[in-house]
Structure formats: structure tokens, C-alpha cells
Ligand binder design. Sequence first.
Ligand code: NAD
Length: 453
Amino acid sequence: MKITEKQRAYYHTGETRDISFRVRQLKSLKEALKKYENEMYDAFMVDLNKSESEVYLTELGMVYHEIDTAIRNIRKWSKKTRAKTPLFLFGTSSKIYYEPVGTVLIIVPFNYPVQLAFIPLVGAMMAGNTAIVKLSELTPHVSTVIQKIISKTFDESYVCAMQGEVEVVTQLLEESFDLIFFTGSSRVGKIVMKAASENLTPVILELGGKSPAIITEYANLGQTVESLVWGKFVNAGQTCVAPDYLIIHKSKVSEFERLFRETLLKFYGESPLQAKDYGKIINASHHQRLVRYLSDNDSNIIWGGMYNETKIEPTLIKIDNIDCEIMEDEIFGPILPMILYDSFDEIEKIVSKNPNPLALYLYTYNKEEKDKILNSISFGGGMVNGTIFHLANNNVPFGGIRNSGIGSYHGYDSFTTFSHRKSVMTMKNWSPLKHFYPPYTKKKNKIIRKLLK
Ligand code: NAD
């Protein structure tokens, strides 16, 4: 029997609908993650050269927080809720029932392999689904630990993890799921959405894109530059919400360059390539792609530009013309192109070259500027005077728009994303809705118009 059939059969036993069952499973997941934490740290060091603190901050800690939030709220969120009834439907009452969607497929990218496997999985479990989790082939050590955790904690007919190359996803996409939750590149997102359309399977796409950081003339760089440097270079720039490029007011450039250097020195020392807290590029082809950006922009490198076999120095490049290759695709590496502007109105034009980014970071203490940017530019989510941490608040939805994705999750949004909200109306015997049935006499027509005006 195929794994999808096993999961479907198990789902139809109704066991996952029991809230106590869901709570028990979420608790078991947390225990298992704790048990294998040390193995996880070792695996991260091999795959991404990621330190224990960074793994806890950007992966495990967030997953624990999500599990705790789910356990704390699951009973409240899954209760059926009463909805208001408009006057013309007098004699009826409406309720919303939250039911699991069924069997879901979760596809995981390489860059935050634990966070992006388990936060969607927590959502799927909290809402009462069964799940197949396809792990990234680019982080084999971490993926092996994840698979071990899942297989030792759950029966595969409930939750199952799979490793393997692209073919594994291709085969899975031929099956019928009730929801596909994909995190990864826009290129593969399109493949997933196309395949899902064959079975009319709903998709959630968590994609990337070119997220701008904007430093205006009213920024206080002394207090905020560290957040920009950290957000760009954490995980060696391989972060979906990393600032991809910088738009900066001319008057701030020299101060920014000075603080940028000082901050890099403070974070990674004289030789970032040797720094223990500085990540590596995931594989040779991504490394070559990034090195090409360096050689193409050689004469405009302001800081950095060195590399070894696996790492690339934090690099700042001045961009003279935004119609260059580095401004075409998501960089997904530790290279920060810097575009200078004179007049505030230029910002929107620069961002519109790569519309609907996943994130936007604005550095300013001017309210007018803030309102203008936040109200006129479309982006998934973001921060003012900071980077990345907006995604750690699971009281707000996390997700993109158009090019950067479809749908959102985290906290309550994970619950609704993995649930079907079923509306049910109950009609009383005496309901005046009978006035709405034919034959439509003049009198009835009057009543209908009066009630529905
Ligand atoms: P990717 O799209 O190459 O791969 C993601 C998953 O898709 C992997 O499991 C892979 O096995 C599978 N896959 C790859 N090629 C496939 C194909 N042809 N057919 C079917 N499946 C295929 O992404 P990646 O390189 O692992 O991750 C980086 C990308 O993910 C970046 O674009 C980044 O912005 C994005 N991302 C987005 C978020 C978010 O939350 N929005 C988070 C992390 C990463």
C-alpha cells in the first residue's frame, strides 16, 4: 500500500480529529526534538557550518515556541464559532466548524531545514491532518536527523518524512493531496502549482524574491546598522527574508560604509572566512553562481569580495545601473548591492523592478516617510528599523504576496491554513425564508426587495 493511501486510511479512522490526541502528539514531537538536539547541532555544523546558538535562535527555538503556542490554543481555536446573521436571513443561525483538510504534503527547502519542516508540520498536526514531509536533499545530515525524529515518534500512517532528489517530489506530486505546503524558490513553486492544478489541490507557496532594505536620510544608523548586517549575513545570506539589496540616501553612504565595516569586524573578526559563526554556501553550484556576481562587479566592490572553497566574505557592491544581472534574481548569498538615491520618489521605482518582495526593511525615524512607503509598496511583511525578527512573532501571519508566495502561516494562521472552515446554517421551522420561494407574485417581489435592500 502506498504511503499516501495508508495516511488517507488512517485519517478516515477519525483519530486525528480528537483534540487530546493532537495535544499528545505535539508534546511527543517536542520531547523528541529535545532528545535529538545534540545530533541536530552536529548535523548543522556539517551541512551549513551553523553554530549551536544560531541553530537554537533561528530553528529549534522557533519550533518549540510554535509547538507551545499550538498546545496552549488548540482547544480554543478548534471550537466551532457562531457567526452573525443578517436580518433578511431571520430564522436561521450560522456556525463555522473547523475541520482538518486531510492528508497534506509539506516540501522543505535547504536553508532553514528544521524550522521550515517543523513549523508547517506543527500547523498540520494542530489542525488534525496527516502529513508527508519531503526534506531537502541539500542538507543530508540535518534531513537524516529530522527523518529519525519523525520515524521514531510517529507511525508513518500519521506523519512520515522522506528524503531524496527532485524525482521524489515529482512522484509525490502525481498523487492526490488535500493541501500542498511548499517552501522554496519561485521556479520550483511554479512546477508545484502546475502539478497541483491537475488534481485541483490547493497550494500554499512560501517563496523568496528580492527584499529591499531602505535607508533614508532620516535613519539613525548608529542604532540600527547591526540589525541590517546581521539580517543580511546570518546563514551566509541564505535566508528567504534577508535584505537582498540596499537602497540608501546619498547623504548616508559614508556613515553607512564606516558602520558596516565596524559591525562586520565586531561580528566576524578580521577574517570572516575563518570565523566560527559565519556560515557556508550550501553547494558548489550556488557558490559558483555567487562568485560570478563577484567577478562581474569586481571594480565596484567596496568591501569583502574574497572567498574560499565553501564560503564567501560578506561583500558590499555599489550598483551604478539597476538594469544589471545582480538586480535580476534573488541573490541568496552574502553579497549586498547598494543603490544610491537622491529623491524619495526614486525608491518606489527601484523596488518596482522586482515587485511584491517577501520582506521590506525601512530605516527611518520620519513618520511621513514611513507612512508613504508602508502604504504604497506591496510586500509580504517587514520591519521598520530592523530585519527578520518580524517572522518570530507568531501572533502575526507570515507569508508573501504574488511573486513571493500564496497564503500565510505561523500561530493562528497555521491553524486556519491547515483547516477547512466549514460554514453551516440551521433553519428554524418557522423561518420566513419561505417568502423567497416561487411563484414570484408582485407581493413576494415587494417583500424580497424590502428584505434585501
Ligand atoms: P528549491 O525550490 O530549489 O527546493 C525546494 C524543494 O523543492 C526541495 O525539497 C527540492 O527537493 C524540491 N525541488 C527542487 N527542484 C524541484 C523540481 N524541479 N521539481 C519538484 N521539486 C523540486 O529551493 P531551495 O534552494 O532549497 O531553497 C531556497 C529558496 O527557498 C529561495 O528562493 C528562498 O527564498 C526560498 N525560501 C522561502 C522561504 C519562505 O518562507 N518564503 C523560506 C525559505 C526559503
